[in-house]
Design a binder for this molecule. Structure first.
Ligand SMILES: C[S@@+](CC[C@H](N)C(=O)[O-])C[C@H]1O[C@@H](n2cnc3c(N)ncnc32)[C@H](O)[C@@H]1O
Length: 508
């Protein structure tokens, strides 16, 4: 497959693996403190790495609005990376983000012409061309910018990719505007309808005949075209009142398409400012939220994010935005009854996201609130990135708690998220959980008590006997510990694979 090349591409491909593994430190709880919603302040590469053990394959929709590389210095962040650096910034983040997606998940990325076409090729490589769903054109401008030297840009793109090919979007609720083109000129009991095209372009063996209408006038398909149904079927539909021959009965027949029988609306690729708001809409939303503070300069309108979440998520699904900006995705997800994780590196995580989300909990009436009948409620936790788990020499920071390391070990061994309680786990013991018949043990922080060598962090015969007594398991076992005093033969006889901490832990 053709791929994009740039300076440091190879290094960029190693970055996601090399980024230090940090823990997340709780800072504060807001509203009812619902721990299912998280605002994280920190660089998203490190934050994603820290969150992955807990949320691998859990996220239904990722909506990100990364810096577009417009060469501007915005008030709250700089948007001026050298072209290769921008690609190097995006690649490892996209790679990590992909790991968060559920089987039925999708990722939505807003972008413009500065990097859009390069991003498309990059995303083709990370997500697979078969998983490219479509490009949405969002009409961001209300009016032309006459000062533009060449063209006044009216739109941004939203690239949509799914984790699996063949992803099916949720259809959108019908709007009054979409319904307004249906009418009922003949007072049909089945309600309003649209005259459907009776012809097919593709050859149809039973689609070439002449048929007489109510006035005796006969009709045949135009040259090269065919009736879309057979003569018998057309007569059957006519007998049932489903064929329209025009107001005087001598027009060519149309097959009625009833409003009551058409489904919800398939998403389209052009999203107008009237439907989902424009840059002006989001600026007004910002002003209403922060009348006294400096507005965040590059927000998205709430309705734009709402449209994406309507198509890509259901109630209670988890939404992730790792370039949170002023907090739009989190605010919209919250108002729509979705769970959310938002990551923002800048100070505006505190100056904008936090107060905005607190206002959401209090029921602020702006943005999509009226449309979704948002009354307030719920909560979230605010977290920051903590110290790296491993120091420069590769040792584990002694502050790291057993549960945190267990989450890391679990996801490394099973490639699945750590959801408490894990299957087979026994709290307060080294048994982290069982997966596919394999028990995963972690000897760390003296979990077995201080009487044993190195506080029980070494796999000795005595520790093995203790494990067998406290948390026995008949099948294969994996034991993570600082050292092992058992010989190869003993390990094999016991069905144990030993992994040494910290050397065999990924993420250093
Ligand atoms: C275009 S803004 C997002 C705006 C957002 N959609 C909104 O409606 O407010 C991009 C954001 O990404 C943040 N950002 C850039 N690089 C980041 C990184 N490495 N980690 C976390 N956030 C980052 C910037 O600080 C900025 O707030």
């Amino acid at each position: 497959m053709p791929t994009l090349d740039w300076l440091n591409r190879d290094a960029a491909f190693r970055l996601a693996h090399q980024v230090p593994y940090r823990l997340l430190e709780p800072v504060s709880a807001h509203g009812d403190g619902d721990a299912r919603n998280l605002l994280v302040q920190g660089d998203n590469l490190e934050a994603l790495k820290a969150l992955l053990p807990l949320y691998r394959a859990q996220v239904k929709c990722i909506f990100i609005d990364p810096p577009y590389n417009t060469k501007s210095a915005f008030e709250h962040y700089d948007d001026n990376l050298e072209h290769s650096q921008w690609l190097t910034m995006m690649l490892p983040r996209l790679q990590l983000l992909r790991e968060f997606l559920r089987e039925d998940g999708s990722i939505w990325v807003t972008i413009d012409d500065n990097e859009g076409h390069y991003l498309k090729v990059l995303m083709d490589e990370v997500f697979g061309r078969l998983c490219f769903v479509d490009t949405v054109i969002w009409q961001k401008a209300d009016s032309p910018r006459n000062s533009a030297r060449q063209f006044s840009s009216d739109h941004d793109y939203v690239f949509v990719y799914s984790l699996q090919p063949g992803w099916v979007p949720t259809r959108l609720e019908r709007t009054e505007e979409a319904n307004s083109i249906y009418s009922n000129p003949d007072d049909d009991d089945r309600g309003p309808w649209l005259p459907g095209d009776p012809y097919a372009n593709k050859p149809y063996s039973r689609g070439q005949y002449s048929i007489a209408g109510p006035t005796g006038r006969t009709f045949a398909p135009p040259p090269g075209r065919f009736w879309r149904v057979s003569e018998e079927k057309l007569r059957e539909l006519d007998a049932d009142g489903r064929v329209w021959w025009g107001p005087t009965g001598d027009a060519r027949p149309s097959i009625k398409r009833y409003l009551s029988e058409v489904g919800n609306l398939v998403p389209r690729t052009f999203w107008s400012k009237d439907e989902v708001g424009s840059n002006r809409t989001s600026k007004n939303e910002m002003r209403a939220l922060f009348p006294d503070a400096a507005s965040f300069t590059t927000p998205k309108p709430e309705r734009l994010v709402r449209r994406a979440l309507e198509i890509a998520t259901d109630l209670d699904d988890l939404v992730l935005d790792s370039f949170l900006g002023s907090g739009t995705t989190a605010a919209v997800a919250h108002k729509m009854g979705r769970r959310w994780i938002g990551i923002e590196a800048g100070d505006h995580a505190v100056t904008h996201c936090l107060p905005r989300l607190e206002k959401v909990l209090a029921g602020e009436p702006g943005g999509i609130s009226a449309a979704v009948n948002w009354q307030g409620g719920g909560g979230f936790r605010f977290l920051r990135l903590g110290a790296p788990v491993f120091d420069a020499a590769g040792r584990i920071d002694p502050q790291v708690r057993f549960a945190s390391l267990a989450a890391h070990v679990w996801q490394q061994e099973t490639r699945s998220a750590y959801v408490s309680p894990l299957p087979g786990a026994v709290a307060g013991t080294p048994l982290v959980g069982t997966h596919d018949g394999r028990a995963i043990y972690l000897l760390y922080n003296g979990i077995l008590g201080d009487r044993r060598p190195e506080g029980g962090n070494v796999l000795t015969l005595a520790v093995l006997q203790a494990l067998k007594a406290v948390v026995p398991h008949d099948g294969p076992k994996v034991v993570y510990a600082e050292a092992c005093r058992l010989g190869e033969a003993r390990l094999a006889a016991e069905g144990i694979v030993f992994r040494q901490i910290p050397y065999e832990l990924a993420g250093r």
